[in-house]
Design a protein. Structure first.
Length: 112
């Protein structure tokens, strides 16, 4: 399962970059932002799969992280091409922080 997630993440990342090179309306800022989202989501899912959490925690957090990763990706697609006053970027950062806190708190409170 671990290698499958990593390979899937790499395929999504390469596809995102290639689509960014092909489609002229897919701005470089958005390609970079969605690529970071793919990398962060893949990293969190890999970290989750390598943890010693019980299966119910792993399954529920995997579903939650995948859904939030999809939301972050869509927000990255429609985000304006600027750093200043970019609330889409702020929401993406906050969601990644929330995902990380969920994973850390689950690992700290779980009794394996």
């Amino acid at each position: 399962m671990k290698k499958g997630l990593l390979i899937f993440g790499i395929i999504l990342l390469i596809s995102n970059i290639l689509i960014g090179l092909i489609v002229s309306s897919y701005e470089t800022f958005n390609v970079c932002l969605t690529s970071v989202v793919i990398i962060a989501t893949t990293f969190l899912l890999e970290w989750l799969s390598s943890s010693n959490l019980k299966d119910a925690f792993k399954i529920s957090l995997t579903v939650l992280f995948s859904f939030l990763g999809l939301v972050e990706f869509v927000l990255g697609l429609i985000a304006p091409n600027q750093f200043e006053d970019n609330w889409y970027l702020v929401v993406i950062i906050v969601l990644i922080i929330i995902e990380s806190l969920f994973l850390i708190s689950s690992k700290l409170t779980s009794k394996y």
